[in-house]
Design a protein. Sequence first.
Lengths: 116, 112
Amino acid sequence: GAGVSQSPRYKVAKRGQDVALRCDPISGHVSLFWYQQALGQGPEFLTYFQNEAQLDKSGLPSDRFFAERPEGSVSTLKIQRTQQEDSAVYLCASRPGWGGRYNEQFFGPGTRLTVL
Amino acid sequence: QQQVKQSPQSLIVQKGGIPIINCAYENTAFDYFPWYQQFPGKGPALLIAIRPDVSEKKEGRFTISFNKSAKQFSLHIMDSQPGDSATYFCAASRTSGSRLTFGEGTQLTVNP
Protein backbone atom coordinates (compact mmCIF):
# COMPACT_ATOMS: atom_id res chain seq x y z
CA GLY A 1 0.00 0.00 0.00
CA ALA A 2 0.94 3.64 -0.17
CA GLY A 3 3.26 5.12 2.39
CA VAL A 4 3.00 8.42 4.20
CA SER A 5 2.59 11.30 1.78
CA GLN A 6 3.18 14.99 2.38
CA SER A 7 2.32 18.07 0.40
CA PRO A 8 3.62 20.34 -0.81
CA ARG A 9 7.10 18.86 -1.11
CA TYR A 10 8.62 22.33 -1.30
CA LYS A 11 7.29 25.63 -0.02
CA VAL A 12 8.83 29.07 -0.25
CA ALA A 13 7.26 31.74 1.91
CA LYS A 14 8.01 35.36 2.54
CA ARG A 15 8.64 36.27 6.15
CA GLY A 16 5.35 36.96 7.85
CA GLN A 17 3.23 34.72 5.61
CA ASP A 18 1.14 31.85 6.95
CA VAL A 19 1.76 28.33 5.62
CA ALA A 20 -0.11 25.03 5.87
CA LEU A 21 1.61 21.67 5.46
CA ARG A 22 -0.40 18.51 4.86
CA CYS A 23 0.26 14.92 5.90
CA ASP A 24 -1.61 11.85 4.67
CA PRO A 25 -0.67 8.95 6.97
CA ILE A 26 -0.81 5.27 6.11
CA SER A 27 -4.44 4.20 6.14
CA GLY A 28 -5.54 2.87 9.50
CA HIS A 29 -2.56 4.17 11.43
CA VAL A 30 -3.66 5.41 14.82
CA SER A 31 -0.70 7.59 15.72
CA LEU A 32 0.69 10.57 13.83
CA PHE A 33 3.77 12.62 14.59
CA TRP A 34 5.30 15.83 13.28
CA TYR A 35 9.04 16.46 13.43
CA GLN A 36 11.20 19.40 12.37
CA GLN A 37 14.57 18.67 10.76
CA ALA A 38 17.01 21.53 10.43
CA LEU A 39 19.75 21.25 7.81
CA GLY A 40 22.36 18.72 8.89
CA GLN A 41 20.53 17.80 12.09
CA GLY A 42 18.39 14.97 13.36
CA PRO A 43 14.61 15.34 13.41
CA GLU A 44 13.16 17.01 16.49
CA PHE A 45 9.73 16.18 17.84
CA LEU A 46 6.97 18.75 17.46
CA THR A 47 3.65 17.11 18.27
CA TYR A 48 1.77 13.79 18.46
CA PHE A 49 -1.79 12.69 17.74
CA GLN A 50 -3.57 9.52 18.70
CA ASN A 51 -6.56 9.41 16.37
CA GLU A 52 -7.94 12.97 16.49
CA ALA A 53 -6.62 13.76 19.96
CA GLN A 54 -3.46 15.83 20.23
CA LEU A 55 -1.80 14.15 23.18
CA ASP A 56 1.53 15.96 23.19
CA LYS A 57 2.36 19.36 21.74
CA SER A 58 5.31 20.11 23.96
CA GLY A 59 7.74 20.28 21.04
CA LEU A 60 6.00 23.10 19.20
CA PRO A 61 8.52 25.96 19.33
CA SER A 62 6.04 28.81 19.68
CA ASP A 63 2.34 29.67 19.60
CA ARG A 64 2.77 30.42 15.89
CA PHE A 65 2.76 26.65 15.32
CA PHE A 66 -0.54 24.83 15.29
CA ALA A 67 -1.43 21.26 14.26
CA GLU A 68 -4.73 19.50 13.81
CA ARG A 69 -6.09 16.10 12.82
CA PRO A 70 -9.85 16.62 12.98
CA GLU A 71 -11.02 13.24 11.64
CA GLY A 72 -8.16 11.11 12.87
CA SER A 73 -6.53 10.69 9.47
CA VAL A 74 -5.11 13.65 7.51
CA SER A 75 -3.18 16.18 9.57
CA THR A 76 -2.22 19.79 8.89
CA LEU A 77 0.64 21.70 10.45
CA LYS A 78 0.11 25.43 10.26
CA ILE A 79 2.75 28.05 10.86
CA GLN A 80 1.60 31.62 11.26
CA ARG A 81 3.72 34.70 10.58
CA THR A 82 6.66 32.62 9.38
CA GLN A 83 10.17 33.61 10.44
CA GLN A 84 13.51 32.73 8.84
CA GLU A 85 14.30 30.36 11.69
CA ASP A 86 11.28 28.28 10.66
CA SER A 87 13.16 27.18 7.53
CA ALA A 88 13.55 23.41 7.81
CA VAL A 89 12.18 20.11 6.55
CA TYR A 90 8.94 19.17 8.28
CA LEU A 91 8.51 15.42 8.55
CA CYS A 92 5.32 13.54 9.26
CA ALA A 93 5.33 9.97 10.58
CA SER A 94 2.57 7.51 11.35
CA ARG A 95 2.47 4.39 13.51
CA PRO A 96 -0.05 1.54 13.53
CA GLY A 97 -0.63 1.60 17.29
CA TRP A 98 1.53 1.69 20.36
CA GLY A 99 3.71 -0.68 22.26
CA GLY A 100 5.41 -3.88 21.20
CA ARG A 101 6.04 -4.34 17.51
CA TYR A 102 3.82 -1.38 16.74
CA ASN A 103 6.52 1.07 17.78
CA GLU A 104 7.83 1.56 14.25
CA GLN A 105 7.18 5.02 12.88
CA PHE A 106 6.88 5.32 9.09
CA PHE A 107 8.10 8.65 7.76
CA GLY A 108 6.94 10.67 4.80
CA PRO A 109 9.37 12.45 2.44
CA GLY A 110 8.94 15.77 4.23
CA THR A 111 8.08 19.30 3.19
CA ARG A 112 11.06 21.61 2.75
CA LEU A 113 10.05 25.08 3.93
CA THR A 114 12.20 28.05 3.01
CA VAL A 115 11.33 31.41 4.53
CA LEU A 116 12.85 34.39 2.74
CA GLN B 1 18.40 19.47 25.32
CA GLN B 2 20.29 16.69 23.62
CA GLN B 3 19.47 13.36 25.20
CA VAL B 4 21.05 11.17 22.49
CA LYS B 5 24.60 11.88 21.37
CA GLN B 6 25.88 10.35 18.14
CA SER B 7 29.37 10.03 16.69
CA PRO B 8 31.13 10.40 14.37
CA GLN B 9 29.50 13.21 12.42
CA SER B 10 30.87 11.79 9.17
CA LEU B 11 32.55 8.57 8.11
CA ILE B 12 34.26 7.41 4.93
CA VAL B 13 35.04 3.74 4.31
CA GLN B 14 36.02 1.59 1.37
CA LYS B 15 33.65 -0.97 -0.11
CA GLY B 16 33.67 -4.07 2.08
CA GLY B 17 34.67 -2.14 5.19
CA ILE B 18 32.73 -2.19 8.47
CA PRO B 19 31.63 1.30 9.50
CA ILE B 20 30.69 1.68 13.16
CA ILE B 21 28.44 4.45 14.45
CA ASN B 22 28.07 5.07 18.16
CA CYS B 23 25.33 6.58 20.29
CA ALA B 24 24.97 7.35 23.97
CA TYR B 25 21.79 8.21 25.81
CA GLU B 26 20.97 9.80 29.15
CA ASN B 27 17.38 8.95 29.92
CA THR B 28 17.17 5.55 31.62
CA ALA B 29 13.46 5.41 30.84
CA PHE B 30 14.27 4.80 27.17
CA ASP B 31 13.59 1.20 26.21
CA TYR B 32 13.38 1.21 22.42
CA PHE B 33 16.41 2.05 20.29
CA PRO B 34 15.95 2.21 16.50
CA TRP B 35 18.37 3.14 13.76
CA TYR B 36 17.11 5.05 10.74
CA GLN B 37 18.67 5.50 7.30
CA GLN B 38 17.98 8.66 5.32
CA PHE B 39 18.79 9.39 1.68
CA PRO B 40 18.78 12.97 0.34
CA GLY B 41 15.25 14.21 -0.27
CA LYS B 42 13.69 11.25 1.51
CA GLY B 43 12.29 10.67 4.96
CA PRO B 44 14.10 8.45 7.47
CA ALA B 45 13.46 4.71 7.06
CA LEU B 46 13.79 2.18 9.87
CA LEU B 47 16.79 -0.15 9.51
CA ILE B 48 16.84 -2.13 12.73
CA ALA B 49 15.79 -1.66 16.34
CA ILE B 50 16.70 -3.18 19.70
CA ARG B 51 15.33 -3.33 23.22
CA PRO B 52 17.59 -3.26 26.30
CA ASP B 53 16.90 -6.87 27.28
CA VAL B 54 19.33 -8.09 24.58
CA SER B 55 22.94 -7.11 23.93
CA GLU B 56 23.03 -7.68 20.19
CA LYS B 57 20.67 -7.93 17.25
CA LYS B 58 21.49 -8.78 13.64
CA GLU B 59 19.40 -8.23 10.53
CA GLY B 60 21.20 -8.99 7.31
CA ARG B 61 24.36 -6.89 7.14
CA PHE B 62 23.27 -4.61 10.01
CA THR B 63 24.07 -5.31 13.67
CA ILE B 64 23.19 -3.33 16.78
CA SER B 65 25.33 -3.78 19.89
CA PHE B 66 23.78 -2.56 23.13
CA ASN B 67 25.46 -1.84 26.48
CA LYS B 68 22.80 -1.05 29.04
CA SER B 69 25.18 -0.28 31.92
CA ALA B 70 27.12 2.21 29.81
CA LYS B 71 23.94 3.57 28.20
CA GLN B 72 25.51 3.15 24.79
CA PHE B 73 24.59 1.41 21.56
CA SER B 74 26.19 1.14 18.16
CA LEU B 75 25.45 0.19 14.57
CA HIS B 76 27.82 -1.98 12.55
CA ILE B 77 27.40 -2.39 8.79
CA MET B 78 29.07 -5.53 7.49
CA ASP B 79 30.48 -5.71 3.94
CA SER B 80 29.47 -2.10 3.27
CA GLN B 81 28.45 -1.16 -0.27
CA PRO B 82 28.35 2.18 -2.12
CA GLY B 83 24.55 1.95 -1.94
CA ASP B 84 24.82 2.21 1.85
CA SER B 85 26.04 5.80 1.45
CA ALA B 86 23.43 7.80 3.39
CA THR B 87 22.86 9.59 6.68
CA TYR B 88 22.24 7.32 9.66
CA PHE B 89 20.38 8.38 12.79
CA CYS B 90 20.13 6.60 16.09
CA ALA B 91 17.06 7.28 18.16
CA ALA B 92 15.44 6.35 21.44
CA SER B 93 11.99 6.32 22.93
CA ARG B 94 9.91 4.85 25.69
CA THR B 95 7.62 2.04 24.66
CA SER B 96 4.77 3.71 26.44
CA GLY B 97 5.84 7.15 25.29
CA SER B 98 5.13 8.96 22.11
CA ARG B 99 8.18 10.61 20.70
CA LEU B 100 11.50 9.57 19.16
CA THR B 101 14.59 11.45 20.32
CA PHE B 102 17.16 11.42 17.53
CA GLY B 103 20.92 11.73 17.50
CA GLU B 104 22.63 14.33 15.35
CA GLY B 105 23.25 11.94 12.45
CA THR B 106 26.27 10.39 10.75
CA GLN B 107 26.92 10.94 7.06
CA LEU B 108 28.39 7.70 5.72
CA THR B 109 30.23 7.50 2.40
CA VAL B 110 31.24 4.11 1.04
CA ASN B 111 33.76 4.44 -1.77
CA PRO B 112 33.79 1.84 -4.58
